[in-house]
Design a protein around this ligand. Structure first.
Ligand code: TYD
Ligand code: MG
Length: 452
């Protein structure tokens, strides 16, 4: 295509230039110019749906969307009950975590009876032979799966328009490129353009589409942020590659609840669903050890018990280290300040490491109290009482704030044989679940006093 078709637009101010430059001539920002398609390149502005008249909302047909089950209950749960017709899902995750494995399994399930959907797997990363070998190794029945090993967007569009599959997987969006742009596959302009074109096609044809996305070193989806706005659902596949457990989590979902969690185990025959995961993330060391505290976190509709570990050790450099794995680093610094100010326990000359066992990432503030007690336990070298769970958010004033769905968390802990729970006062239930004693605390000092 002729060179003049490309323009460059600034991601900061939106200004346009004809030539690439290091600095935007409009807003003077550096390294913000990315290639964009010029307005002459037509299809870009074709609308998603037919209607152009103003309508009253009540006239618009609002039928319940049709959903395609993936044949994997855990995957369906995260999607909010299955893949929506014409919906576009972006699935991100570290390399080797199992994205291709999961989607191959899901597509095979969908292509077979009783679902018998017309499915298409577009592989840009692996050759047809490699995908076939993987399916064989996993022992899945792939006879009804249609495969296309292609990275040219125009060809993929052709095949999609011709075959009109119910469900299509693009593995991955970073490998797809369009002839209309000159930048390399995986560049911001290519990823944005290809994803926009595919999204439009999915909406127009009713194909449910799953785009696989790479993640950057920092763990965010690679490519432009606008990708996440464009699609209907953003899922992350996460887990510790050293353990066999994998979690799939929704970050955005136009068709269901977010923060739902699907749990799988990676086996030599692909991914296996784990339908009762609540006790998965407890490290089963015998007896109680200092620096360990069990918390109950609520992910979507399911409570999960997770062990929080802390190690507090004398610092040997002037700058004491604060490191956290699976928990927020900034929150750790805040919690240490609260501990000092309100409970009189100083850690400024101590290195502090905290870890959520099993590779889970805990984003809810309900973990605060458990992190604090694990730190105090390690510092004092004294274990928490046996069979105790903890949850609660900690505020800057030293108050312990309630968390959502406290009763469900307590019920799950009681079911798993825990006998004591340190919880925010406002979460103390009127009727205590049988077998568990509730210790309600209002302030950090009270909780810490329980350790003495
Ligand atoms: P893959 O799906 O290729 O990851 P992604 O597409 O996210 O990059 O998963 C590859 C990993 O999964 C690889 O390290 C081997 C492992 N694996 C199994 O343990 N069992 C299996 O049956 C398969 C197919 C893969
Ligand atoms: Mg892959």
């Amino acid at each position: 295509m002729a060179k003049s078709k490309s323009t460059y637009s600034c991601t900061e101010c939106g200004g346009q230039t004809l030539k690439w430059q290091g600095q935007c001539p409009h807003c003077q920002a550096w390294n913000t110019l990315v290639e964009a398609m010029s307005e002459k390149a037509a299809a870009r502005f074709t609308p998603v749906s037919e209607s152009r008249e103003v309508q009253s909302l009540s006239e618009v047909e609002a039928e319940e969307e049709q959903r395609y089950s993936t044949g994997l209950l855990e995957f369906d749960r995260v999607l909010g009950g299955g893949l929506v017709q014409g919906g576009v899902v972006l699935l991100g995750g570290d390399p080797g975590i199992g994205k291709s494995t999961l989607l191959l399994q899901a597509l095979c399930n969908m292509s077979l009876l009783p679902l018998a959907r017309n499915v298409l797997y577009v592989s840009g990363e692996e050759s047809a032979r490699q995908v076939a070998m993987r399916a064989k190794r996993m022992g899945v029945d792939a006879k009804a799966l249609h495969l296309l090993a292609e990275i040219r967007l125009e060809r993929i569009q052709e095949v999609l328009a011709e075959r009109k599959p119910d469900v299509a997987v693009i593995d991955s969006i970073q490998t797809v490129y369009s002839d209309a742009l000159q930048s390399a596959p995986g560049s911001v302009a290519q990823v944005r353009e290809c994803a926009a074109q595919l999204t439009r096609l999915a909406k127009a044809s009713g194909t449910g589409m799953i785009l696989v996305g790479h993640v950057t070193k920092e763990g965010a989806l690679a490519g432009p942020r606008v990708l996440e706005h464009m699609v209907d659902t953003v899922l992350y596949f996460e887990g510790d590659t050293h353990s066999s457990f994998r979690l799939i989590r929704a970050f955005k979902n136009r068709f269901g609840a977010v923060n739902e969690l699907g749990v799988f185990a990676m086996t030599e025959k692909g991914l296996r669903e784990v339908s009762n995961p609540s006790a998965l993330f407890l490290s089963h060391h015998g007896g109680q050890v200092p620096g360990s505290c069990i918390m109950v976190t609520q992910e979507g509709t399911r409570p999960l018990l997770v062990e929080i570990q802390a190690l507090v050790d004398e610092a040997h450099s002037p700058n004491a280290r604060r490191l956290s794995v699976g928990l927020e680093q900034n929150r750790l610094a805040m919690l240490l300040a609260v501990l000092h100010r309100h409970a009189g326990i100083a850690c400024f000359d101590q290195d502090v490491f905290v870890n959520a066992v099993g590779g889970v990432k805990i984003t809810e503030p309900g973990a605060d109290l458990a992190v604090l007690l694990a730190i105090v336990s390690s510092l004092k070298n004294r274990p928490l009482p046996e069979k105790t769970v903890v949850f609660g958010e900690v505020g800057l004033a030293g108050e312990v704030r309630p968390v959502q769905r406290g009763l469900e968390r307590l019920r799950e802990a009681a079911k798993l044989g825990f006998v004591q729970a340190i919880v925010p006062k406002a979460n103390k239930p009127k009727a205590t679940p049988p077998g568990i004693e509730i210790i309600a605390v209002e302030r950090v000092e009270e909780a810490v006093a329980r350790m003495r």
